[in-house]
Design a protein around this ligand. Structure first.
Ligand code: FMN
Length: 246
């Protein structure tokens, strides 16, 4: 029964059980961003300092943020993509011990999430699978061969929305980065962190007239496989589609 499993996990995650972490024991700090092959050709994104901000009342933002599941064919600009990535994972400051200050909060500043993107409609970019490098504010092309879109499709149950969206965000967790400081409580914090990230995506999208839909209902096995993840050390935790509003 899943509730028994759930309770076991909850019991293991209680703070009282959770003091013997690698951080407590002053062990080496995990690297704060997943590495990538030396010599990779990165695509630098427009600088966050020069993005087009829109003045908007905070209460309007609260009132009007809503899930949008239909998108038109117009592509996002590179500036808009840069804006969404900055607002969801932008690195504001690198701190000691592998922690970072970002545009989103994260338990212990551990920031265990990585952002994969299926990019379908962004000006100047060939469609394909990319990874956002938050430290460089750049994109790492992962797979831009034909057929990537079709390979990722079984990961999503609302395929029309996936097909129509301009970009699909897929946030993965690198367990080790959170485990270092929080042990059995890591899973809880990873999911809480992901919620903050996606909320920022909703809010940032709204200011740019971009629709956004959070996706918790995805096929974990399919997506992990297609992203080349083992599903244990790193796994997809959350996704979202975005696209220009009709
Ligand atoms: C954790 C989470 C998972 C969600 N998963 C999906 C999903 O898989 N598919 C979908 O169409 N909407 C999904 N949504 C969007 C919700 O259905 C939506 O937020 C809810 O209906 C409230 O509407 P609103 O966002 O317009 O206020 C998800 C939202 C959250 C917060």
């Amino acid at each position: 029964m899943y509730k028994d499993l759930f309770n076991e996990l909850r019991e293991a995650a209680l703070v009282k059980n959770n003091l013997d972490t690698r951080k407590m024991n002053h062990e080496p700090v995990p690297i704060p961003q997943k590495p990538y092959p030396k010599g990779s050709k990165l695509i630098m994104l427009p600088e966050p300092d020069f993005l087009e901000d829109r003045e908007i009342s905070f209460l309007e933002l609260m009132e009007l943020r809503s899930t949008v599941r239909e998108y038109c064919d117009r592509p996002l600009t590179m500036k808009e993509l840069s804006f969404l990535l900055w607002c969801t994972q932008g690195v504001k400051m690198v701190l000691p011990a592998g922690t970072t200050k970002r545009t989103v909060p994260s338990a212990g500043g551990r920031n265990a999430l990585e952002t994969y993107l299926y990019i379908d409609k962004v000006e100047e970019l060939p469609p394909g699978l990319y990874r956002f490098l938050a430290f460089e504010h750049a994109l790492l092309p992962v797979d831009t061969e034909d057929g990537v879109k079709a390979r990722l499709r079984p990961g999503f149950n609302k395929m029309n929305m996936y097909d129509a969206s301009a970009v699909t965000f897929m946030w993965t967790a690198v367990l080790d980065r959170m485990d270092y400081a929080f042990g059995a409580r890591s899973l809880q914090y990873i999911f809480l962190d992901a919620g903050h990230v996606c909320q920022n995506l909703y809010l940032a999208s709204y200011t740019q007239n971009i629709g956004c839909c959070a996706v918790g209902h995805f096929n974990d096995v399919e997506l992990n496989k297609e992203l080349g993840l083992d599903g244990k050390e790193e796994f997809v935790v959350y996704a979202a589609h975005v696209g220009k509003i009709k």
